[in-house]
Design a protein around this ligand. Sequence first.
Ligand SMILES: C[S@@+](CC[C@H](N)C(=O)[O-])C[C@H]1O[C@@H](n2cnc3c(N)ncnc32)[C@H](O)[C@@H]1O
Length: 198
Amino acid sequence: MDQHLSALLDELHQYGVAHDAGKTDRLDRLRNLEPETAALLALLVRATCARSVLELGTSNGYSTLWLAAAVREHGGRLTSVELDAGRSAQAAGNLERAGLADVVELRVEDAADALARSADAHWDLVFLDAERPAYPGYWPELLRVLRPGGLLAVDNVLSHADEVAAFRALVSAERGVSEALVPVGAGLLLVVRARLSG
Ligand SMILES: C[S@@+](CC[C@H](N)C(=O)[O-])C[C@H]1O[C@@H](n2cnc3c(N)ncnc32)[C@H](O)[C@@H]1O
């Protein structure tokens, strides 16, 4: 990673920690990924050569920068959706500063709509980092839009285990996937859609 991007990511991480420390309402926080989780996600993008990547929950773009830098290396594209227009605008500014705006489409959109308008098997990798109570409702669509062999990553499965229990039960009951929980940061669940069904 080049020094400019590395310094910017450090700056954003520190900004996010300081910003969130003063906020009592969870929804006012930026809730950026832990750097070690972001680094793992970027590594997974590189290792799988994911070219078509969807992020659900942009916030101000911290994880978006990590993902964008990785997809750019092999000519991929990232789409990142966020309900809050102000945060999406901050992400746009951060992507500009990083020189990564050209590989990312930012959308002010509900994650459910982003999934609904995605073609079957369209995404190589989906990163889910939005509001956890909605995740069970996303599951059939996540399965539909992931390409066979595609990867889903879900954050906060250890930090908020109770809130993702219903979602995890759906994943565990699905025969057409394999999963692993990585105890990094707040806990990252990785789910791979089987290449062959049946
Ligand atoms: C945990 S933060 C994302 C952090 C970001 N991935 C990062 O590491 O910087 C969750 C974000 O999802 C957004 N969000 C919540 N529900 C959403 C939905 N249904 N569709 C799109 N974005 C949503 C919130 O506004 C919030 O900014």
